[in-house]
Design a protein around this ligand. Structure first.
Ligand code: SAH
Length: 216
């Protein structure tokens, strides 16, 4: 599978739609314009790749809606060469967006199958990121501290272990809440022991779960 003229055209329309929905970070929009989302999707949903919706991938998980990816990427305030930790690699699309924006990406996935598949896609597209198979609740202290941490699964509360892997001034972006609906929350580390929270609207994610799954 490769990128096509048709897909490029559809991405331009998607970017225009995201602008209308209030996304204004030009680097985020440029990345969405560049990364071929259709290559991250299940063949059954290919024709919908540039519709602003979430779709199923393997292992009962989903590729986030483009608007959601755009909001989370904007809230992270990514700068080139920032170290960003992602919990929930899934399809790898969000990781590719962050890599396209110039971040050094570390990403953790609890499903072995998705960990392997996402890595293959990013490599074939020429993006480099560090992939880990494991439980994201632990974070990756040995690679931190991070400029940003993005959780792409619904968490009932803020995982403390992750907060302490942020640099001062670093931001954790997490959809907080139980299944059904979550509030996009930013926790900024303002000092060694001080954190500030802000809320950014309602979203729906698959749940963040403990442990790993090593099936097919
Ligand atoms: N960022 C993804 C969205 C994936 S959906 C994308 O761009 O496609 C959420 C993902 O989080 C799922 O793949 C799920 O398996 C994973 N996940 C849930 N709990 C996790 C945990 N504790 N550690 C790592 N990954 C987790």
């Amino acid at each position: 599978m490769t990128d096509t003229f048709e897909a490029k055209g559809k991405r331009k329309k998607l970017v225009a739609e995201l602008r209308q929905k209030g996304i204004s970070d030009e680097e985020v929009l440029r990345a969405i314009d560049t990364v071929p989302r259709h290559l991250f999707m299940d063949p059954a949903f290919l024709s919908h790749a540039y519709v602003d919706k979430a779709f199923p991938i393997t292992s009962g998980q989903t590729i986030s809606q483009p608007y959601t990816v755009a909001v989370q990427s904007s809230l992270l305030r990514v700068k080139k060469r920032n170290k960003i930790l992602e919990i929930g690699t899934g399809s790898g699309y969000q990781a590719a967006i962050l890599a396209e924006m110039g971040a050094k990406v570390y990403t953790i996935e609890r499903f072995r199958e998705l960990f392997l598949k996402s890595q293959r896609i990013l490599t074939s597209l020429g993006y480099s990121a560090d992939f880990f198979y494991g439980d994201g609740y632990e974070g990756k202290p040995q690679y931190g501290p991070f400029d940003g941490i993005i959780i792409t699964a619904a968490s009932p509360d803020v995982p403390d272990l992750l907060l302490y892997q942020l640099k001062t001034g670093g931001r954790l972006v997490v959809p907080l809440g139980n299944s059904g609906s979550q509030v996009m929350t930013v926790v900024e580390r303002t000092g060694p022991e001080s954190f500030e929270r802000s809320e950014h609207g309602n979203f729906v994610f698959v749940p963040m779960l403990k442990g790993t799954v090593n099936g097919k």
